[in-house]
Design a protein around this ligand. Structure first.
Ligand code: GTP
Ligand code: MG
Length: 208
């Protein structure tokens, strides 16, 4: 199957939802706690280390960064949630815009929720999963930084998280991932392709 991610290009950085590109086509958002590895994941997926800015300092992504895959398909790198040191005002603004984005964006078909495998399924991750389920969106959890654990330990964390997830969302899926070691890229890529290519999603989108 054609890899639709290889020609991904930066489209725009929006401070507000209203500054995002026209709400047409199909969009997938990458969400997760600050520093979980959202931007690294995006870069690994599209095979371009320099596309989304990565940082050792949490709270690096402060805008809704939008990327174009062609054919009106987009990826959006969201600002991370749950980072305490960000000034209150800034945090309130992000929270507001993320909520608005999730509630209003018609082209949004699914969310990738990136978690650090050492700190999985925190409260807001759970809320996010629940919300995606309620809204009929696809959701896929990445247990990122799997390189931080030995294979056996990583597997047992995944089984535990999967079990808990199933009590929150009926449809969400999960996989291990390492942006650092480029592990799990094919699985992530085929999951997102199946979302973009789902005819029921296409119909839904056209009806609106
Ligand atoms: N060991 C390891 N480190 C990773 C991995 N993915 C990301 N990192 C590191 O985690 C830190 C944060 O990565 P980012 O991709 O900037 O994380 P983010 O979720 O976009 O962060 P914010 O934009 O601040 O919310 C960086 O130091 C990355 O190098 C991984 O798979 N393994
Ligand atoms: Mg980021």
């Amino acid at each position: 199957m054609k890899n639709i991610f290889t020609n991904t290009q930066f489209l725009t950085s929006a401070y507000k939802v209203s500054q995002l590109p026209d709400d047409v086509g199909l969009e997938i958002a990458i969400a997760g706690r600050s520093n979980a590895g959202k931007s690294t994941t995006l870069n690994t997926l599209v095979g371009n280390k320099k596309l989304a800015k990565v940082s050792k300092t949490p709270g690096r992504t402060q805008l809704l960064n939008c990327f174009d895959l062609g054919d009106d398909r987009r990826l959006v790198d969201l600002p991370g949630y749950g980072y305490a040191k960000v000034p209150k005002k800034v945090k309130a603004h992000w929270q507001h815009e993320i909520n608005l984005y999730l509630q209003q964006r018609k082209s949004l078909i699914g969310v990738v929720i990136v978690m650090d495998i050492r700190h999985p399924l925190k409260e807001f991750d759970q809320q996010f999963l629940h919300w995606a389920d309620q809204s009929g969106l696809y959701s896929h959890v990445l247990l990122n930084k799997s390189d931080k654990f030995k294979a056996g330990k990583a597997k047992s964390v995944m089984l535990e998280v999967r079990k808990k997830m199933q009590t929150i969302s009926r449809t969400s899926t999960i996989q291990m991932f390492s942006g650092l070691k480029k592990e799990g890229v094919a699985e992530l890529s085929s999951t997102l392709m199946s979302w973009y290519n789902d005819p029921s999603v296409l119909n839904l989108n056209e009806e609106e």
